[in-house]
Design a protein around this ligand. Structure first.
Ligand SMILES: CC(C)(COP(=O)(O)OP(=O)(O)OC[C@H]1O[C@@H](n2cnc3c(N)ncnc32)[C@H](O)[C@@H]1OP(=O)(O)O)[C@@H](O)C(=O)NCCC(=O)NCCS
Length: 242
């Protein structure tokens, strides 16, 4: 396991030495190649993001925040501007994709594969000891779209797909596909309502503001200030500055 873990008080008192220790720890564990995969523009609060050796790839977009103490062992793609605002655990042997500008609460747990249950044993430890292949079962990758808000303490299970603009209520367990711009809650998470009218949702899925370059997003402050649930959909285009 690759662990970047600086004691916080030491970090404040002797930041320079902490960084040297951090560098030596990394070199010692021959992990520089993995660190290089994290793009420079990623912003990690402190330095205790844990990457396990099974995390083959970590692709992080621009201006991403992944909270201190997160533990990532799945292959993970995170899009521009996404914030994971509390320690997250992302594991399993399937790929996990998270889109642009998502707001993710505390204590997210993403489990991307299950153990197979049709063998005598269900434990990877025993399988390793016997030198047999890990028996895990994939239901396909986990996909979280763009502009998704995930409340605190949400669990996302293998094969789940959360579409663009969806909201997942606190403490929910997502097992299946959540439609675009719907609000889903509970165990298993089920849609209870939509954020906007069908016409506005269609328009937002066409506009895909989350793919705009940052300077276009900044130019369009007015568009982000308008409440979209009462708007005449035809007015939306007029608000957008290209
Ligand atoms: C999902 C959420 C956004 C919905 O908020 P809302 O639009 O104000 O919805 P309401 O409170 O009117 O709830 C609607 C119904 O869903 C239920 N509900 C709401 N959130 C729920 C949840 N997380 N789990 C289960 N049921 C939930 C309510 O009990 C209510 O049920 P009812 O119609 O039978 O009375 C909100 O409840 C939530 O979970 N927010 C996440 C907060 C959070 O985690 N913040 C920290 C991270 S940023």
């Amino acid at each position: 396991m690759i662990k970047m873990d600086n004691g916080s008080s030491q970090h404040k008192l002797v930041p320079f030495l902490s960084w040297i220790h951090f560098g030596l720890f990394f070199v010692k564990h021959r992990a520089i190649h993995l660190f290089e995969r994290i793009r420079f523009n990623m912003f990690v609060a402190k330095t205790s993001l844990k990457l396990r050796s099974t995390s083959k790839k970590l692709h992080v977009g621009k201006d991403v925040f992944i909270h201190d103490g997160s533990d990532i062992s799945a292959t993970l793609y995170v899009g521009d501007g996404t914030r994971i605002n509390g320690p997250a655990k992302i594991k399993g042997h399937e790929t996990v994709r998270i889109g642009n500008y998502c707001a993710i609460g505390d204590n997210l747990r993403i489990i991307s594969t299950n153990h197979k249950m049709n063998y005598a044993d269900v434990q990877t430890g025993l399988q390793e000891m016997l030198g047999i292949k890990w028996a895990d079962k994939s239901k396909g990758p986990i996909e979280i779209g763009n502009n998704v808000w995930i409340g605190d303490s949400v669990t996302i299970l293998p094969g789940a797909k959360i579409s663009d603009g969806a909201v997942i209520g606190a403490c929910s367990v997502v097992t299946k596909t959540i439609p675009p711009f719907s609000v889903a809650v509970g165990i298993p998470a089920k849609p209870i309502k939509k954020r906007f009218s069908e016409e506005v949702i269609k328009k937002l899925l066409e506009i895909r503001w989350w793919d705009w370059p940052l300077n276009k997003i900044k130019r369009n402050k007015e568009f982000f200030e308008i409440e979209l649930n009462n708007i005449n959909v035809n007015k939306i285009d007029g608000l957008i500055k290209n």
